[in-house]
Design a binder for this molecule. Structure first.
Ligand code: IMP
Length: 461
C-alpha cells in the first residue's frame, strides 16, 4: 500500500510551539521532514527535565524508529549542524541511519553570515546568513563565481567546492593564509562528520512513500514570515506556506492528505514588522527591539512587578507582564518577544491560504492572565477596517497592513489554572465557548490545546 504525507506549519509569526505538536503526532508517521529554512529555526521540546532545542534537525528525535529528512528547500550550516548533533549525542539520541540530508540542499557559506551581520539589522534577522544564502541560490552565478553550492557539490568534488567558498569569501574580506587554513580545516572536519548523512538519492522520499511510509512535513518559521505571502520585507527568505512542502520537501503533491496548523492563544513576534494586534503597538516594537533586542532580556524583565503591570491601563505594560508570565523570550538569546492578542482575521486568513484541516492552539492556559488585568475577559481581534472598509484578508502591501484598524471583542474569561487538566470535560466553559467561536470563524476543527510548557500539559480533542 502507498503511504501519504501531511504538512504541519505555524500559522502566525513563529514560536507557536510547532515542535511540541510534532512530538505529539510523530508516533503516527515514519518520517519527519523539513522543507525550508535552516539554523534560523528554533524548535524546542520539553520532556520531563530535558529541554531540547532543534534548529536544523527535524523534530521527532525522541522516537528512535523515525527517520528524519532535511529537504532540498533547506539551507545548511555544517558547523552548527555538527554542534547540534553532538548535543543530541549527549542526550543519547543516535542519528546513525536515521538522518538523511538532501544533496540538493544549499550550503550556508561564511560570506553569507558576514553579509547578514551587516545587512540584517533592520529586519532583525537571526544573523544566520539566511537572506544572503537564498539570494545566492536564486542568483546562481556571478561572473565566474559559483554562488549556489549544494551539499551534493561537496560530495562530488570537495576541493573544488572549497575553492569556490574561499573565492566568495574573498570578495567580502581580505583573507590571510592562516584564515584560509582555519576555514579549510573547519570545513573538512565538519563535512567529514556530515558526509554519511548526505542523501544522494533525490527520489528518497518518493521511494519511501511508494513503499507505504507516511511522512510528516515540519514547517519552519511560520506563515506570516513567508518571503512572498508574509509581511514583506520583514520576513524570512524561504517559503513557509504549506504548499511549498512539496517543493522544498522533495515529494509529489499526489501523496498529500491534510494540513495541520499550529497557533497560539496569545501571539508573539520577534524582529521588526507589522503586528496588528500588538499590545502597546509601536511602543512595544521599539522597546523589544532596542539594542537589537538585548536591552530588555529575560533576566532584566524577570524582576519587574508583574501583577501591578498586568493591572495597568497601559496595554504596553500588560504586554510586558504577559511576556514574563508566558516566558516569551528567545530561548538562546533571552530577547523579548513582542506580545499581542489573538488575531482571528489573520488566523482565518492563514487557515484559508494554507488549507488547514486540523488546528492546534497552544498556550491556552495563559489566557487566564487576562482575568487579572483590567480587561477582565479574553480580548480577541475579530475584524479589520481598511480606510473604513471591512476586509477579511492581509493586504498585499505591508505599509497598507500597518494602516489596518483592528477591532476587538472581549470574550468571557476564566480565572482558574488549567495546567493540570487533561480532558475536554475539564475545560472551563468560557474557554470552550471561545474555542467553538474560533472553529466557526476559521472553518476548521481544533484538535488539541496546550495548557502548559511540559510535554504532557496538553488536551487532545
Ligand atoms: P532570518 O530568517 O534569520 O533572515 O530572520 C528574518 C525574520 O524572521 C526575523 O524577524 C526573525 O526574527 C524571524 N525568524 C526567523 N526564524 C524564526 C523562527 O524560527 N521563529 C520566529 N521568528 C523567526
Amino acid at each position: 500500500m502507498v503511504g501519504y504525507s501531511d504538512v504541519l506549519i505555524g500559522l502566525q509569526n513563529g514560536d507557536e510551539g510547532k515542535a511540541r505538536i510534532i512530538d505529539q503526532l510523530a508516533e503516527d508517521y515514519d518520517i519527519i521532514a523539513r522543507f525550508g529554512g535552516g539554523p534560523n529555526a528554533w524548535h524546542t521540546i520539553q520532556k520531563e527535565q530535558r529541554k531540547i532545542a532543534l534548529h536544523q534537525i527535524p523534530s521527532g528525535v525522541f522516537y528512535p524508529d523515525k527517520e528524519l529528512y532535511v529537504g532540498s528547500g533547506c539551507v545548511v550550516n555544517l558547523e552548527k549542524l555538527v554542534a547540534e548533533m553532538e548535543e543530541l549525542t549527549k542526550l543519547d539520541i543516535d542519528l546513525t541511519s536515521r538522518l538523511h540530508i538532501s544533496s540538493q540542499a544549499t550550503l550556508i557559506q561564511p560570506h553569507h553570515v558576514l553579509i547578514d551581520q551587516e545587512a540584517g539589522k533592520e529586519i532583525g534577522t537571526t544573523m544566520n546568513g539566511i537572506g544572503p544564502v537564498y539570494a545566492d541560490r536564486a542568483m546562481r552565478i556571478y561572473g565566474n563565481r559559483v554562488l549556489n553550492i549544494r551539499l551534493g557539490d561537496l560530495v562530488h568534488d570537495f576541493d573544488l567546492a572549497l575553492r569556490q567558498i574561499l573565492d566568495n569569501l574573498g570578495t567580502r574580506s581580505k583573507l590571510s593564509t592562516s584564515d584560509i587554513r582555519k576555514i579549510v580545516d573547519g570545513f573538512k572536519q565538519s563535512f567529514d562528520k556530515i558526509f554519511p548523512f548526505v542523501e544522494k538519492d533525490t527520489l528518497f522520499l518518493d521511494s519511501r512513500v511508494r513503499n507505504g511510509k507516511n511522512v510528516l512535513f515540519e514547517g519552519a518559521q511560520s506563515f506570516m514570515l513567508d518571503v512572498v505571502k508574509g509581511t514583506v520585507p520583514y520576513v524570512t527568505s524561504s517559503q513557509t506556506v504549506a504548499g511549498h512542502a512539496y517543493v522544498g520537501g522533495d515529494l509529489s503533491p499526489r501523496y498529500h492528505r491534510k494540513v495541520i496548523g499550529v497557533a497560539k492563544a496569545i501571539m508573539s513576534r520577534v524582529g521588526n514588522g507589522p503586528f496588528v494586534s500588538e499590545l502597546g503597538g509601536k511602543k512595544s516594537e521599539k522597546y523589544c527591539m532596542e539594542e537589537g533586542g538585548r536591552a530588555h532580556v529575560k533576566s532584566v524583565e524577570s524582576s519587574l512587578a508583574v501583577s501591578e503591570m498586568l493591572l495597568s491601563q497601559d496595554e504596553f505594560e500588560v504586554g510586558i507582564a504577559l511576556r514574563v508570565l508566558g516566558d516569551e523570550y528567545g530561548a538562546s538569546t533571552g530577547r523579548p518577544r513582542r506580545m499581542g492578542i489573538l488575531d482571528l482575521v489573520q488566523l482565518a486568513y492563514a487557515v484559508r491560504i494554507n488549507g488547514v484541516d486540523d488546528l492546534y492552539l497552544n498556550k491556552c492556559d495563559r489566557l487566564r492572565d487576562f482575568s487579572d488585568s483590567h480587561i477582565q475577559g479574553i480580548p480577541v481581534v475579530t475584524d479589520y477596517l481598511l480606510e473604513g472598509r471591512a476586509i477579511d484578508y492581509v493586504p498585499g502591501s505591508s505599509a497598507e497592513y500597518c494602516r489596518v484598524m483592528p477591532s476587538r471583542t472581549v470574550f468571557p474569561g476564566f480565572n482558574t489554572s488549567i495546567s493540570e487538566r487533561r480532558t475536554t470535560a475539564d475545560i472551563p466553559k468560557e474557554l470552550k465557548h471561545l474555542l467553538t467561536y474560533i472553529e466557526d470563524r476559521c472553518g476548521c476543527k481544533i484538535k488539541g490545546i496546550g495548557v502548559g510548557p511540559v510535554r504532557d500539559q496538553f488536551i487532545h480533542f
